[in-house]
Design a protein around this ligand. Structure first.
Ligand code: NAD
Length: 270
């Protein structure tokens, strides 16, 4: 439902064809922001996101581009330059190498580390590099700090997660959030969300329906709030960092994980 609180603001969400990126983009559109939707290859999915944002009343457009490359980030920033400013940047695009047994050091190669780092850490940095001037312009015009949101993970805080390489990249993203929040103030606020489990194609593409159901059930049983989060559940918290409700918040990292970081909480404990 449109509230109009972001009317006139311009936003860019990386990796927004699917999952959490799509949910955040739609929430921005519902609040009145125009949005650039980005993907590398999932053009059909991305067009669905564009249509949903347009239906919410926004002007949305798809710009393909790989955030791990300077060229891809430049292309995205050039698309935002048509607006002459950028108020909101969501660094959501992310990848992993699945290697859940962290004791199996042979499960990951040097290349796995480099590939994951390129998208999850260099990507957000290159995007901020490419978009900084546009975000400073938005700040000068409005008098309010522009907002960057980095989508990190509980893996970056606790070290658990799909692989050691993935957790290490999200830990790096969390410290980069601190460094850049300090460096880019007062023109730009930089915050991060750390989801726990999100039911997205991240898992759905790797298992059949029954395996997925079992996994989701396992999450429900083990996290303190006894829920399995979907993209909308995380997006509802993430949107806080992109609105004026967080106007005095920068350098913050919010865990949105139904309590996963607290450890196992059996149902019988209630
Ligand atoms: P997803 O696969 O649906 O979304 C990731 C998106 O990033 C995809 O649309 C993908 O095409 C895009 N992408 C990947 N590499 C890219 C690149 N180089 N350039 C541009 N786009 C690229 O999965 P999701 O679960 O919605 O993941 C979104 C974010 O949430 C990621 O940063 C992920 O690390 C984080 N996260 C996910 C979970 C989870 O359980 N699914 C948990 C914690 C954090």
């Amino acid at each position: 439902m449109a509230t109009g609180e972001l009317e006139g603001r311009k936003a860019l969400v990386t990796g927004s064809a699917t999952g959490l990126g799509r949910s955040i983009a739609i929430r921005l559109a519902e609040r009145g922001a125009d949005v650039i939707i980005n993907c590398t290859r999932s053009v059909e999915d991305a067009e669905e996101t564009v249509a949903a944002c347009n239906a919410a009343g926004a002007q949305a457009q798809l710009v393909t581009g790989d955030v791990s490359s300077e060229e891809g980030c430049r292309k995205l920033a050039d698309a935002a330059a048509q607006w002459g400013k950028l108020d909101i940047l969501v660094n959501n695009a992310g990848i992993t190498r699945h290697a859940r047994d962290h004791s199996d050091l042979d499960a990951l190669s040097r290349q796995d580390f480099m590939d994951t780092y390129a998208v999850n850490v260099a990507g957000p940095f290159l995007m901020m590099q490419a978009c900084r001037d546009l975000m400073v312009t938005a700040h000068k015009e409005s008098g309010r700090a522009s907002a960057v949101l980095n989508v990190s993970s509980i893996a970056g805080v606790t070290g658990i997660g799909s692989s050691v390489a993935y957790a290490a990249t999200k830990g790096a993203l969390n410290t980069m959030t601190l460094s850049l929040a300090r460096a880019l103030a007062p023109a730009i606020r930089v915050n991060a969300v750390c989801p726990g489990f999100i039911g997205t194609r991240w898992f759905k593409d790797r298992m059949d329906e029954e395996q997925y159901e079992r996994m989701e059930q396992g999450v429900r049983k083990s996290v303190p709030l006894h829920v399995a989060s979907g993209p909308d559940d995380i997006a509802d918290s993430a949107i806080f960092f992109l609105t004026d409700s967080s106007r005095h918040v920068t350098g913050e990292t919010l865990l949105v994980d139904a309590g996963m970081h607290l450890g196992y909480a059996p149902l019988s404990a209630r």
